[in-house]
Ligand binder design. Structure first.
Ligand code: ATP
Ligand code: MG
Length: 179
């Protein structure tokens, strides 16, 4: 099978963008790919997937790994925009390293679209990062409101469309479903 490294985007206002990226990570790992997940914005939250991936990493000499590179949500007021920007730029540097160091086959940049939306990194910085992607490496970018430039550049764009969400009916986050 010819290897064509894809740029894949999960965007839209419905739930499932990160979940789908993690599902792809499971599939890729099962097929022997080396998978790195870098999470922009997210930080300090012990999501279920962190535990799963830690266990899978142990089973496979670190062939799958996840790193939270953010400082939590942007609107809590506890963390300044400068701190968020600095964290996003560290994540960007890590992403560049991950794309170019030959250690990974699939790199997931979770919530990167939000980092651009909230101006923690610029569209140009994101596009410059993608310019460095080797031809055979797959990348997934998640988050609502993917910018036009990214949509044009991507090979695959899936929009999750909100039909119903339990939060709107007052149902709180459920363990194992949200975090
Ligand atoms: P998930 O991580 O569950 O796949 P996601 O990546 O599609 O969700 P994000 O925009 O990253 O969605 O937001 C993550 C959180 O916001 C999740 O807890 C999710 O349930 C919640 N969320 C996503 N979409 C909606 C929505 N349309 N209304 C309310 N909450 C939502
Ligand atoms: Mg998400």
């Amino acid at each position: 099978m010819e290897k064509h490294g894809l740029i894949m985007v999960h965007t839209g206002d419905g739930k499932g963008k990160t979940t789908a990226a993690l599902g792809l990570a499971m599939r890729a790992w099962g097929d022997g790919l080396r998978v790195l997940i870098l999470q922009f914005i997210k930080g300090g939250w012990n999501y279920g997937e962190l535990k799963t991936i830690e266990e899978l990493g142990k089973l496979s000499e670190g062939r799958i790994r996840v790193e939270q590179c953010g400082k939590g949500f942007t609107n809590t007021g506890k963390v300044s925009m400068e701190e968020h920007k600095a964290a996003a730029h560290e994540a960007l540097a890590k992403a560049e390293d991950a794309l170019t160091n030959g250690q990974w086959d699939l790199v997931i940049l979770d919530e990167m679209n939000y980092a651009v939306k909230y101006e923690l990194v610029t569209e140009e910085e994101m596009m410059a990062l993608l310019d460095k992607k080797p031809a055979d490496l797959h990348v997934v970018l998640t988050g609502r409101d993917a910018c036009e430039k990214l949509i044009e550049r991507a090979d695959l764009v899936t929009e999750m469309h909100l039909v119903k969400h339990p939060y709107d009916q007052g149902v709180k986050a459920q363990k194992g479903i949200e975090f």
